[in-house]
Unconditional design. Structure first.
Length: 196
C-alpha cells in the first residue's frame, strides 16, 4: 500500500498473521478468520467481512423491529378485543335490567295521596337513582327526550304529526338508553310540530 496512514497496519500484518481485532484481545484466528499473508488481500478480506457483518446485522435489526411492531399491534388488538368483550358483557347485563328500570318508571308515575304511599315512592325513587347511578358509572346514559328536537337515531316515534315545522319530542312513553355513546334502546316518544 502506498497510503502514508497504513504503515503500522502493514507492519502488523507482515509481522504476525494473528492480527488483534477491535482492540479486545481477540485475534483474527480466534474469530475464525484465516487471513492471507498479503496485507492488501487481508485488508480487502476484512473490509468485505465487515460489510457482510453490517448487512447481516442490519437484516437482524430489521427483523427485530418487524417482530416488535407485530407484537405491539398484537398487544393493541388484544386490548381492543378485551374492551369489546367487556362492553358486550356490560350491554347484556344492562339489557336484562331494562325491564326493571321500566317497572320503576311505571311505578313512579303513579300519584299517591297517603303518607305511607309517599314514603314508599320516595324509597323506590332512591333505589332507582342508585341503580341508574351505578349503571352510569359503567357508561349508561338516558337518551334526552321531552323538549328535544326529534332525532331518528335515538328516538322512536309513535305516529307523526302532519304539517310543516320542526318535529319536537312532546312526551316520553319509554326511556331510551345509550351505553358509551352506543344506542342500547331508542326512546319511545310522541312528537309535535313547532312552527319556525
Amino acid at each position: 500500500m502506498t497510503d502514508q496512514n497504513t504503515p503500522e497496519l502493514e507492519e502488523g500484518l507482515t509481522d504476525s498473521p494473528a492480527i488483534e481485532v477491535a482492540g479486545i484481545g481477540d485475534t483474527a484466528h480466534d474469530l475464525g478468520i484465516d487471513l492471507p499473508e498479503d496485507p492488501d488481500e487481508a485488508v480487502s478480506m476484512l473490509l468485505r467481512l465487515l460489510a457482510e457483518s453490517r448487512e447481516e446485522g442490519t437484516s437482524y435489526l430489521d427483523d427485530l423491529k418487524r417482530v416488535a411492531a407485530d407484537f405491539d399491534n398484537f398487544r393493541k388488538r388484544t386490548m381492543r378485543e378485551q374492551a369489546l368483550v367487556l362492553d358486550r358483557a356490560a350491554e347484556r347485563v344492562i339489557q336484562q335490567l331494562l325491564p326493571a328500570l321500566d317497572s320503576f318508571d311505571a311505578a313512579l308515575s303513579i300519584k299517591v295521596e297517603s303518607d305511607a304511599g309517599k314514603q314508599l315512592m320516595t324509597g323506590m325513587e332512591k333505589t332507582r337513582e342508585q341503580l341508574l347511578g351505578a349503571l352510569a358509572e359503567e357508561g349508561l346514559k338516558v337518551v334526552p327526550t321531552v323538549g328535544e328536537k326529534f332525532d331518528p337515531e335515538v328516538h322512536e316515534p309513535v305516529g307523526a304529526p302532519s304539517g310543516e315545522g320542526q318535529l319536537m319530542v312532546s312526551e316520553e312513553l319509554r326511556r331510551g338508553y345509550q351505553l358509551n355513546d352506543r344506542l342500547i334502546r331508542a326512546a319511545l316518544v310522541t312528537l309535535e310540530l313547532r312552527k319556525s
